[in-house]
Design a protein around this ligand. Structure first.
Ligand code: ADP
Ligand code: ADP
Length: 231
């Protein structure tokens, strides 16, 4: 089964009321169909307001579509109770947002271990998480940064910690929203290359929103959103 399969997914947000006081809606996704397979990095491009973030939020099971179905690893999200959805959000899916959102008081290693703790790791699993954290930090090019706090890291390094953290719970699906928005060209390229390498190494199904068409060739595939529709 695909790591993610969206079928005819539409999403409408409430948008105030019209002149007669009737509720209005804005359509962010319009019958979107998309399959993501493990080992493939898909670039998601399209103008601002075209629905890219909405598609990520639906894929991450953060919002429920107005209609259509989303399945992860063969399980239909729309049919699962909240408790199961929470499990999928933590275990199946890794998320990377534009801003790294690291906790100021924690070292890089601790940011990663916390992700395992939040997902339920205790005792010996937590000790295993510490060595996994160090391995992942090495894999994202941060060998000597395990003991540093965010203010001791550069912007590019903070984004790498963020990416490593998203991989802590061994996800199949990696959802990434504009990871390079705060970085210059050279650092953006190295982050996009890292994402492509991790996708292949860990056999992830990755969906990466980018406005930088320059980096699209680093992806295995590219899809474009326009007005809520996937081209
Ligand atoms: P993109 O990520 O491509 O910029 P979005 O998914 O953020 O696009 O937005 C798609 C459409 O949905 C836009 O018209 C936007 O204004 C609207 N939208 C996004 N989030 C909300 C929200 N929480 N409430 C109402 N409208 C929203
Ligand atoms: P990049 O964003 O590509 O990592 P930078 O030019 O921001 O590059 O940082 C270059 C190097 O300087 C980094 O590899 C990092 O080791 C070091 N560095 C940056 N900021 C700090 C800081 N606040 N404390 C310690 N080292 C730093």
């Amino acid at each position: 089964a695909a790591a993610l399969s969206a079928r005819d997914v539409s999403l409408e947000y409430p948008d105030g009321t019209d002149a007669q006081g009737r509720p209005r809606t804005v359509r962010a996704l319009d019958r979107v169909c998309l399959d993501l397979h493990r080992g493939d990095m898909t670039a998601l491009i399209g103008p601002s307001g075209s629905g890219k973030s909405s598609l990520l939020a639906v894929a991450a099971a953060l919002i429920k579509p107005t209609s259509g179905t989303v399945s992860v690893a063969g399980q239909e999200l729309t049919e699962l109770p909240e408790k199961e959805l929470a499990k999928i959000r933590r275990g199946h899916t890794g998320m990377v947002f534009q801003q790294p959102n690291l906790l100021a008081a924690l070292t890089s290693r601790e940011q990663l271990v916390l992700a395992a703790h939040v997902a339920g790791a205790r005792g010996k699993d937590l000790r295993a998480a510490r060595s996994r954290a160090d391995e992942l930090l090495e894999q994202v090019g941060l060998v000597d940064c395990g003991d540093r706090r965010p203010h001791q890291l550069s912007g590019g390094q903070r984004q790498r910690v963020n990416i490593a953290r998203a991989l802590m719970n061994d996800p199949q699906l990696l959802l990434v929203d504009e990871p390079t928005a705060a970085l210059d060209q050279e650092r953006s390229r190295s982050i996009m290359e890292l994402l492509a390498n991790l996708t292949h190494q860990f056999s992830l199904a990755s969906l990466v929103v980018t406005h930088d068409t320059e980096f699209v060739p680093l992806a295995d595939r590219c899809v474009r959103m326009e007005d809520g529709r996937l081209q």
